[in-house]
Design a protein around this ligand. Structure first.
Ligand SMILES: O=C(O)CCC(=O)C(=O)O
Length: 310
């Protein structure tokens, strides 16, 4: 038998160049140059923003929501516990409690991610990766108070990007990683997260969401460093600017996580924390749209469809 050799033609490194270009763009978008990308993409959709703003204007308005929006703009965060619909928060909590009561069953099924301290419990609620729009997690995120407060801050109808339930647990003997370290969110240029604590967060041992308000966070605005330890951060700001969100179950707050440096889930032994998160961005997204996260179920208004891009 004779051995044959085949010469494999290597493809030109064009793809590599595109990937390199994307990587550079991704890094640039994390700095203030990302606003140029945002402006360019906005001009490619003439009239879209005007239509969204007209929809935003259809939402009810209240003086205390405007005040919350102003605080979000100025400080980068606002406690909205007294402004949001308590019944909707209870409905979120009921779903979450049910998941936690079936923790063993659900973690057995979970597709384990890279964050060992975070357990995602909602996988069973997804069809092709998408939530039904009548899911309590989606209903909470669509409530007028949230859309109005975030929308007035963005001067645009927000896009609901994702909803999430995370159970944070202790990770003894492991170095801090990912969201346990200080970071900004770079999903887009304007990112607001609406949280509900679904367990009491009474002290540092419960791993509170911890952040630095927008003003002192400016020092990190154009930093290409991604996840930083306390020493690196405090060298610039000192520790006094840090705010820990210590609050009881069902407390709800909004944070502009693209502007406020933040971390959390540093859970001490015997503690755990259950957290709901809804993430909103301003359209058009500066990165390609991910697969649909929501699927229409029941009656939806045009405004709700626009918020979820359905
Ligand atoms: O677990 C936490 O408290 C931090 C969450 C976080 O970093 C985020 O939602 O962006």
């Amino acid at each position: 038998m004779t051995a044959t050799t085949t010469t494999v033609e290597r493809p030109a490194p064009k793809k590599q160049k595109i990937n390199q270009f994307r990587r550079i763009l991704w890094h640039l978008n994390r700095t203030d140059l990302g606003w140029v990308t945002k402006a360019a993409l906005t001009t490619l959709q003439p009239g879209a923003r005007t239509r969204r703003v007209a929809m935003l204007d259809q939402l009810p308005a209240k003086a205390e929501w405007s005040e919350a929006s102003r605080k979000l703009d100025q400080d980068g965060y606002v406690d909205v516990s007294s402004l949001v619909d308590r019944n909707l928060a209870q409905a979120v909590a009921a779903v979450a409690d049910n998941k936690v009561s079936r923790l063993k069953e659900l973690t057995g099924k979970q597709q384990l991610g890279h964050k060992s301290f975070w357990v995602s419990l909602l996988d069973e609620d997804l069809v092709n990766g998408a939530f039904a729009t009548d899911h309590p997690f989606v209903r909470y995120a669509l409530q007028p108070a949230a859309l109005r407060i975030i929308g007035d801050f963005m001067h645009d109808l927000p896009q609901l990007s994702d909803v999430l339930l995370t159970l944070s647990q202790p990770t003894p003997n492991q170095a801090l990683s990912y969201s346990q370290l200080w970071h900004l969110d770079h999903d887009d240029k304007r990112v607001c997260k609406l949280f509900i604590y679904l367990t009491d967060v009474q002290n540092t041992a419960d791993g509170p969401f911890t952040f630095i308000p927008a003003g002192p966070s400016k020092a990190f605005r154009n930093s290409l460093k991604s996840h930083m330890n306390d020493a690196t951060v405090f060298a610039k700001t000192g520790p006094d600017v840090v705010k820990e969100m210590i609050a009881p179950r069902l407390s709800s707050f909004i944070v502009n996580t693209a502007r406020c440096l933040h971390m959390g889930s540093r859970i001490q032994s015997d503690h755990s924390r259950l957290l709901y998160t809804a993430t909103y961005i301003q359209q058009p997204r500066i990165y390609p749209e991910p697969p649909a996260r929501f699927r229409a179920v029941g009656n939806l208004s045009d405004l709700e469809r626009a918020v979820m891009r359905l």
